[in-house]
Ligand binder design. Structure first.
Ligand code: ATP
Ligand code: MG
Length: 239
């Protein structure tokens, strides 16, 4: 494929196990329990995506679909200080769209695509990709319908990734069955085969000591089942 680039996660160790950073033209999914760093990684990528290619960036704007109201401009400002970037410019280059329902989340992709056709974007973030689907399709009988809608959403993401050569970064939760609670290693991402099929690279995140976090490559056809330890700091994701 032409002109594939990688966007730094902010952690050298994490970049190394995924080939230098998250890749343009495909979907990278991060899943894990609460506070494992999914949203902090999303914020860091909002900034690194805007760096020039030679500095581990994507040299483009960022679209952020926020489904849990967790986007924080204050965090972007703190991360910009670390990379010596003008925070006002960086914030101007992030298009944030709040999604209120799963249907709304799907509709937003049309607006995102229109913006990408007009301007150079490097990254599309959906934090979280699955949360609203869980809320909107709760009944047992609704599972098939949920998976069908989720599949449509993920197909649209794949199309956007390829058409505009942007990196797509999505976050996902894990199921919290009693069994999964007992064995942290058994925690499975939401969305079953639909998510497994659509995401090119899947990252399982978990908490380590203190601010340390551990990332493991999950079922990858390209990368070894390596692990990397990173940290969450004031300046975003670091080693
Ligand atoms: P959820 O599933 O609830 O959305 P998440 O995986 O998105 O969780 P994050 O919000 O990315 O989790 O991570 C939260 C953690 O990030 C906090 O517990 C804290 O350890 C760390 N953190 C947040 N802000 C800062 C900061 N300014 N400086 C250092 N660490 C921070
Ligand atoms: Mg979060």
């Amino acid at each position: 494929r032409m002109n594939v680039y990688n966007i730094s996660t902010g952690s050298q160790a994490l970049n190394e196990i995924i080939g230098g950073g998250i890749e343009s033209g495909s979907i990278t999914e991060a899943f894990g329990e609460f506070r494992c760093g999914k949203t902090q990684l999303s914020h860091t990528l909002c900034v690194t995506a805007q760096l020039p290619h030679e500095m581990g960036g994507g040299n483009g704007r960022v679209a952020f679909i926020d489904t849990e109201n967790t986007f924080r401009p204050e965090r972007i400002i703190e991360i910009c200080a670390r990379f010596d970037l003008n925070a006002e410019d960086v914030l101007d280059n992030i298009v944030v769209a709040r999604a209120y329902t799963s249907e709304h989340q799907c509709e937003l992709l049309d607006h995102v695509a229109a913006r990408m056709a007009a301007d150079r974007f490097a990254l599309l973030i959906v934090d979280s990709a699955t949360a609203l689907f869980r809320v909107d399709f709760t009944g047992r009988g609704e599972l098939a319908c949920r998976q069908q809608k989720l599949n449509q959403f993920m197909s649209s993401l794949t199309k956007i990734a390829e058409q505009f050569n942007v990196a797509v970064w999505i976050t996902n939760q894990v199921m919290s069955t009693p069994d999964a609670m007992a064995f942290a290693a058994d925690k499975k991402p939401i969305g079953g085969h639909v998510m497994a099929h659509a995401s090119t690279t899947r990252l399982a995140l978990r908490k380590g000591r203190g601010e340390q976090r551990i990332c493991k490559i999950f079922d990858s056809p390209m990368f070894a089942e390596a692990e990397a330890t990173f940290a969450i700091g004031v300046g975003g994701i670091c080693d």
